[in-house]
Write a protein that binds this ligand. Sequence first.
Ligand code: HEC
Length: 261
Amino acid sequence: MHSIGFILGGTLLAAVGLQTSGAAAAVNAAKVDFAKEIQPILEKSCVECHGPQKAKSSLRVDLKADALKGGDTGALLVAGDASKSLLIQVVEGTHAEISRMPKKRDPLTPEQIALLRKWIEQGADWPDAAATEDARLKHWAFKAPTRPELPAAKNQRWVRNPVDAFILAKLDGEKLTPSPEADRTSLLRRLSLDLIGLPPTPQEVEAFLASHPRLDLDVRRKVLQSLDALRRAVKVRSRTWPAATAPGSAASPAREPAAGA
Ligand code: HEC
């Protein structure tokens, strides 16, 4: 008797077990994936005002515990009941007191709202595995540097060093072509302003044009080197400037022509 009861019970349990796992599988098949489908919506449209930088109405949606606790008004959602959930009311703009969210931005699309509804109806599962680290840690400064692949640039001739390849790829992406190469005078002027903060004197320009009839990579390098040398010299010299320019002193720093530029 005992053993029959045990067997019957066992079979029944097994049958029930089979049924529930079958049903669960069906639901699982269409289950909204929080990390893939919900989190990106929150990150793109909400974290700006409800995250580490700002937490309007004391609501943060980037960290699970804070999000589920909700803001000043209370719980963000009622698992299993989308219509009663504050989250849905605010994105649909049906809450009596709270503005439509995302505030002052385009509303979520009907598809996004449908996803949020479905997720809540399915129990609003927020897996711990999807826990974002504190968004501040996503800042580039916390990421280990990796060497990126060089983008394939169309105009290989324009590329003289790896950095150029990135610039050109970006220009290609915007359908822009690089500006033509600067003439010698502009180049000297730009480099000079850039490196020592002063334009070249007319004599320097003339000397430069006379000594460099053509512009090539070597010329650029030389100009850079001589200006850089000048900059270093100025740095050393500037240590004595405060005395020279003290009130009452007639002396003021005078520019000396760049040697060899
Ligand atoms: C540009 C800023 C901004 C963005 C983006 C934004 N919100 Fe808000 N949110 C606010 C402000 C401000 C309030 C304060 C209430 C008000 O202004 O009506 C608020 C309040 C709320 C509240 C009420 C919190 C409470 O407990 O009182 C919820 C819920 C909310 N937002 C959800 C969202 C969601 C979800 C998104 C993304 C879809 C979002 N917000 C995007 C600014 C923003």
